[in-house]
Design a protein around this ligand. Structure first.
Ligand code: 13P
Length: 249
């Protein structure tokens, strides 16, 4: 169901002591909000984070997951391992996974399928690179990422999907897509889903924007009708900034 969401992707930041400190600060300062608030700490601190937030409104997500049930996949994490520590949301397809770890659309589709089969909710990330936007190819790129990653799914699987449009050129660069650029792409995403499935699925899916969201620009981006919230990187590592972004929604 479509809802307002602010999710913090901590990436490879914060050791255990720092994680505890940041979670404590975010919990203490969390305002009363209708929005769902999610944090995604690194794998080694997930179990402890889930434990700390057990009775909190803040939810915990993983940053990645392997598609296999178990087995000889050194360094990987399974759906069962996440569920067993009460983590039922996973980020899949982040551009850093695609760019630095060679994750292809085909692999991501397998991960999405495995997560959903295990009733793990997926935050599916996608977005174009700078050259693709400059050459006017951004809509085609996004359409193909959606198609290859998600459009084999049955209609009812979409209840478990959250989308995160993250233009690669706006991630960690300080350069944000303008609210108009975000709105334009989010509307295009809904149109693409309407064509592949139907309007009710397109209107019910939450679409987050990610890429240099900060307290100073969050309000304007979130005010756009097709933007349901944000996936936050750098600003999620500073409690006051993350809280300000939660307040902006
Ligand atoms: P920044 O907010 O640091 O640009 O990162 C965005 C992001 O990649 C969230 O997944």
């Amino acid at each position: 169901m479509r809802s307002k969401i602010v999710a913090g992707n901590w990436k490879m930041n914060k050791n255990l002591s720092e994680t505890k400190g940041l979670l404590g600060e975010i919990s203490d300062k969390l305002p009363d909000t209708e929005a769902e608030v999610i944090v995604a700490p690194t794998f080694v601190n997930l179990a402890e984070s889930a434990h700390i937030l057990e009775s909190s409104k803040i939810k915990v997500a993983a940053q990645n997951m392997h598609y296999a049930k178990n087995g000889a996949f050194t360094g990987e994490i399974s759906a069962d391992m996440l569920l067993n520590i009460n983590v039922d949301t996973v980020i899949i397809g982040h551009s850093e996974r695609r760019a630095y770890f060679g994750e292809t659309d085909e692999l991501l589709a397998k991960k999405v399928k495995a997560a959903l089969e295990n009733k793990i909710r997926v935050i599916f990330c996608f977005g174009e690179e700078l050259e693709e936007r400059k050459s006017g190819n951004h809509f085609n790129v996004v359409e193909s990422q959606l198609k290859n990653g998600l459009f084999e799914l049955p209609a009812d699987a979409w209840e478990q999907i959250i989308l995160a449009y993250e233009p690669v050129w706006a991630i960690g660069t300080g350069e944000t897509a303008s609210p108009e650029q975000a709105q334009e792409m989010h509307a295009f995403i809904r149109k693409t889903i309407t064509e592949a499935y139907d309007a009710s699925i397109a209107n019910e899916v939450s679409i987050l924007y990610g890429g240099s969201v900060k307290p100073s620009n969050a309000g304007e981006i979130f005010s756009k009708p097709d933007v349901d919230g944000g996936l936050i990187g750098g600003a999620a590592l500073v409690a006051d900034d993350f809280i300000a972004i939660v307040k902006a929604i």
